[in-house]
Design a protein around this ligand. Structure first.
Ligand SMILES: [Zn+2]
Ligand SMILES: [Zn+2]
Length: 258
């Protein structure tokens, strides 16, 4: 867990970012603001094989900007020796799997200051369709569209023997319950202190997150996307009321084996 904040960062925290490792393969699941610095505490960013985005909200992709600058301008990524770095013929260029339309969104964001192709030059960009199934090294990825304010997919990652499901950002939905059925680990958002009072729903409360996990018979449940201004203990108690068992609240640096 690199970050678990909602759309504004916790004190010293980061927004959504989860590093998934399998047999030496490294997948970064979402890359929200603050995630790049946290990633660097745990792994060498040039050794990330792929980034996979659930949706195109700032708190899930914005740190692709500094990540792209690092891949573009870091001394060790250059073809000639720079300072203590010997130069390389093979600079890192991770895969980037993002929802349809992502290329245009990246161009608009970094194009605001004239760097239109920054992200697509730094990463090998692939826009996925929710019906796609991706082979990401030893991991098999599947998608499930969930109701949110912009096209968003829950993501299931399987290594052949166990399954990790990430609910992304989502309003209450039976689709997530079905998709997460029997998950060995369900990482599900519990953003709201209470349901939205007006307009379409787009997030879950911790209790609703727990209820979704219970209906999906998830074996282990971690709730995320929760502000430090709500308090972990409150969120945990609410989620456990919904789940009927032990629930953990995501925290930076936590590691789960699935
Ligand atoms: Zn969102
Ligand atoms: Zn979010």
């Amino acid at each position: 867990m690199l970050g678990k904040s909602p759309s504004w960062q916790d004190t010293d925290g980061a927004c959504s970012g989860y590093l998934v490792e399998q047999d030496g393969y490294r997948l970064l699941l979402d890359c929200g603001n603050g995630v790049f610095a946290k990633l660097r505490r745990f792994v060498d960013y040039t050794e990330v094989d792929a980034v996979l985005l659930s949706h195109m909200h700032a708190d899930h992709f914005l740190d692709l900007v500094p990540f792209s600058y690092a891949l573009t301008y870091a001394p060790r990524q250059q073809p000639v020796p720079v300072h203590v770095w010997p130069g390389t013929d093979d600079p890192a260029r991770p895969a980037l799997h993002a929802p349809a339309g992502a290329r245009e969104t990246f161009r608009r964001v970094v194009g605001a200051w004239g760097n239109e192709d920054l992200v697509e030059r730094a990463f090998a960009l692939n826009e996925y369709d929710p019906a796609d199934e991706l082979e990401l090294g030893p991991l098999h990825a599947r998608f499930c569209p969930v109701p949110h304010f912009t096209p968003t997919c829950a993501i299931a990652l399987s290594n052949g023997s166990s399954r990790f499901v990430y609910g992304a950002d989502s309003a209450p939905t039976e689709d997530l319950v079905r998709f997460a059925d029997g998950a060995d680990l369900l990482l599900v958002e519990g953003t709201l202190p209470r349901p939205e009072r007006e307009g379409p729903r787009g997030h879950l409360t911790p209790e609703e997150a727990g209820q979704h996990a219970a209906r999906a018979n998830a074996r282990k449940v971690v709730i995320t996307h929760i502000s430090d201004e709500l308090g972990d203990e409150w969120a945990k108690a609410e989620a456990e009321k919904g789940y009927g068992g032990d629930v953990e609240v995501a925290r930076e640096g936590a590691i789960y084996e699935v």
